[in-house]
Write a protein that binds this ligand. Structure first.
Ligand code: NAD
Length: 280
């Protein structure tokens, strides 16, 4: 029987700590707003944006919503970002992805001032993370580090295998695990013998975006399994990249979907916002 790593509980703990910190900063006259920009009306994006606004309200940070029509041009969006970069009260700028096809996500990410890049996607933030300098950390991987630490999972010296090499999960995850002194292996869609490599993992982090792909045959007895994937199964129920019922009995600890990694991403976004307010 694995220990269930409760992301709902841990994210709540973090949000409560941040609420206290934000109140203390307010007493010192340090406040600030998170600007949340959404282009178009993708229903999933609307849910994420609403959750981010609610989290700001809970912690006591002002949020400014910019809901732009789908036809917004790249130049218009870049002009708005430029304007927000110049506003001292705005401490964080978040552009909800994905963007409509006619707008370059890369150009938008680069336009956000690294001082306000609370998603941690700007190349300067990624570079700082790579060489261990201060900067905003990518939220989902930073949340996974918190999940592991706050669940008492030892990372140093452990073999961590990551499935996935995306810029928002796999790659930053590998860098953060390395920073915690794990021995890291990154696998991806071109990896041969995936199963054999995964079976060597003390900590297996699965971010492949393939519903219920990872079964018991990929997992070493006693491994810690972190499931980043989020999908709806045939019955519209949420599920991850891992076959939970099959893997749970052999893992020593595992994150469920929902209620594992998901809630941590917003908690770490809030952490970055409070950090930005603190740094002024
Ligand atoms: P992505 O599609 O950008 O990357 C998937 C990665 O998995 C790629 O690097 C690919 O090489 C690898 N991969 C795909 N098939 C594979 C295979 N058969 N064998 C080995 N590797 C394979 O996805 P992403 O943005 O990194 O997200 C991954 C998953 O995590 C998705 O389900 C996404 O919805 C979810 N996600 C969740 C959160 C959260 O907050 N919980 C945040 C971000 C992403």
């Amino acid at each position: 029987m694995a220990k269930i790593i409760d992301g709902k509980m841990i994210s709540q703990q973090i949000k409560d700590e941040l609420k206290e910190k934000a109140a203390k900063l307010k007493e010192q006259g340090k406040t600030g707003a998170l600007a949340v920009i959404q282009v178009g009306e993708d229903p999933a994006s609307s849910v994420y944006v609403r959750n981010k606004k609610n989290a700001c309200a809970y912690i006591g940070i002002e949020s400014l919503a910019y809901e732009l029509p789908n036809e917004t041009t790249e130049a218009e969006l870049l002009a708005l970002i430029d304007e927000l970069n110049g506003k001292s009260q705005v401490k964080g700028i978040l552009v909800q992805l994905p963007l409509p096809g006619h707008i370059s996500e890369d150009a938008v990410i680069r336009a956000i001032s690294p001082k306000k890049d609370v998603d941690g996607f700007h190349p300067q933030s990624v570079g700082a993370m790579t060489i261990g300098e201060p900067g905003f950390l990518s939220c989902t991987p930073a949340g996974i580090i918190q999940l592991l630490k706050r669940s008492g999972v030892e990372i140093a010296g452990k073999h961590c295998v990551i499935i996935g090499r995306s810029n928002i999960v796999g790659k930053p995850m590998a860098l953060l695990m390395l920073r915690e002194n794990a021995t890291v292996t990154i696998t991806h869609s071109k990896t041969s013998n995936l199963q054999e490599i995964c079976r060597q993992a003390d900590i297996l982090i699965v971010a492949m975006g393939r519903p219920q792909f990872i079964g018991a045959e990929y997992v070493k007895e006693g491994a810690v399994v972190i499931d980043v994937g989020i999908h709806r199964d045939a019955n519209k129920k949420l599920c991850g990249d891992v076959k939970y019922t099959e893997v749970e009995p052999i893992a020593s600890a595992i994150t469920p979907v929902p209620g594992g990694v998901g809630p941590m991403t917003i908690a770490m976004l809030m952490n970055n916002c409070v950090q930005s307010i603190e740094e002024g």
